[in-house]
Ligand binder design. Structure first.
Ligand code: FAD
Ligand code: NAP
Length: 313
């Protein structure tokens, strides 16, 4: 029989925003339930060194997230491994259905579902996903020891992934559609100085080339963005690092969204278009998208929820 759980505050998501909201909501004696989703710990579990988390000159992303989880548990949050598949925000108490069969009802909801990797959308990319095509260097880099690798993108993620992949690869080619990177200058300097990394400007991936049996990548065909000239780069691994899109599927027909799917909040707060529903982190933020800003918004969401519950009890 399906289990039913009621909580004052349901937190959906276990990245920096969700765990920080859980710490604050627990300390406000709201006994929150936090549902972790498919990626316990969120995006930082897919990276290695984090060098801009205040208080740690360098910390491993997965370690930081384990610490945040223990902190939330220690404060009294109940942390549940489940995936919310359906969320009804139209009537109170709000109802969320878990993949486990559990039905969660809540007086207030904090949405912290973050963002997910974007893909190029090529049929050949789809065909080789998991067989040479990846969006996570920390997860899959090890499989390409001594091989050539191509990384696509020009932001922090692409540059960090390219640098990290030099630990395994014989050569890394960074393919970018412009000749200017978005990545922080310190990362750009490391990239440009690295003897194993080559950059290919003004190119986009046109097709992933590989074999059927065994299924695997042999190279990528890239196209010059103005001349259309096609070049093939031999490689065994293709890492797509072209950004992230907000994970707002659960609420897309219920809440006001902006900038292509980010949940809109009232300026200076985490209040969404439905009273009692709050949003924090990358789910709402198309500008900063950092661990520390997400954690800050998680704190705001818990404080906003606490005040709203006190006024509406
Ligand atoms: P996320 O970390 O995206 O977490 C979202 C959570 O929601 C996940 O736990 C997921 O399981 C859960 N979820 C989603 N859907 C559901 C659902 N239906 N039900 C239940 N749970 C759900 N930032 C920095 O400040 N410094 C860095 O060095 C840095 N490095 C990065 C390296 C990489 C490779 C990447 C991809 C990002 C990096 N970032 C870095 C950005 C940082 O990771 C994000 O800004 C931050 O993780 C966003 O936190 P969040 O809590 O909003 O969401
Ligand atoms: P991003 O900053 O949005 O950069 C995405 C890159 O991919 C851009 O260079 C973009 O090109 C390119 N791109 C987008 N769509 C493309 C397509 N269809 N084909 C080819 N190229 C495409 O994304 P991100 O690097 O994943 O970073 C996301 C957020 O996480 C950022 O806020 C970032 O600061 C943060 N982050 C921080 C750290 C850190 O602090 N060390 C590390 C990783 C991520 P254009 O430049 O031409 O638009």
């Amino acid at each position: 029989m399906a289990q039913s759980r009621h909580t004052k505050v349901l937190i959906i998501g276990s990245g920096p925003a969700g765990y920080t909201a859980a710490v604050y909501a627990s300390r406000a004696m709201l006994q929150p339930i936090l549902v972790q989703g498919m990626e316990p710990g969120g995006q930082l579990t897919t990276t290695t060194e984090v060098e801009n988390w205040p208080g740690d000159t360098e910390v491993q992303g997965p370690d930081l997230m384990v610490r945040m989880e223990s902190h939330a548990r220690e404060m009294g949050a109940e942390i549940i491994m489940d995936l919310i598949t359906d969320l009804d925000l139209q009537k109170r108490p709000f109802t969320a259905k878990g993949d486990s069969g559990t039905v969660y009802t809540a007086d207030a909801v904090i949405l912290a579902t973050g963002a997910r990797a974007k893909w190029l959308g090529l049929p050949t990319e789809e065909r080789f996903k998991g067989f040479g095509v990846s969006a996570c260097a920390t997860c899959d880099g090890f499989f390409y020891r001594g091989q050539e690798i191509v990384v696509v993108g020009g932001g922090n993620t692409a540059v960090e992934e390219a640098l990290f992949l030099t630990n395994f690869a014989s050569k890394v080619t960074l393919v970018h559609r412009r000749d200017e990177l978005r990545a922080e200058k310190i990362l750009q300097d490391r990239l440009m100085k690295h003897p194993k990394i080559e950059t290919l400007w003004f190119h986009e991936v046109d097709e992933v080339v590989g074999t059927d049996s065994p299924l695997g990548v042999e190279g990528v065909r890239v196209k010059h963005v103005t001349t259309g000239e096609i070049t093939q780069i031999p490689c065994k691994g293709l890492f797509i690092a072209i950004g992230h899109a907000p994970a707002s599927e659960l609420v897309k027909d219920q809440l006001d969204l902006h900038h292509g799917g980010y949940v809109q909040v009232e300026p200076g707060s985490t209040r969404t278009s439905i009273p009692g529903v709050f949003a924090a982190g990358d789910l709402t933020d198309h500008v900063y998208r950092q661990a520390v800003t997400s954690a800050g918004m998680g704190c705001m969401a818990a404080l906003d929820a606490e005040r709203w519950l006190a006024e509406n009890d």
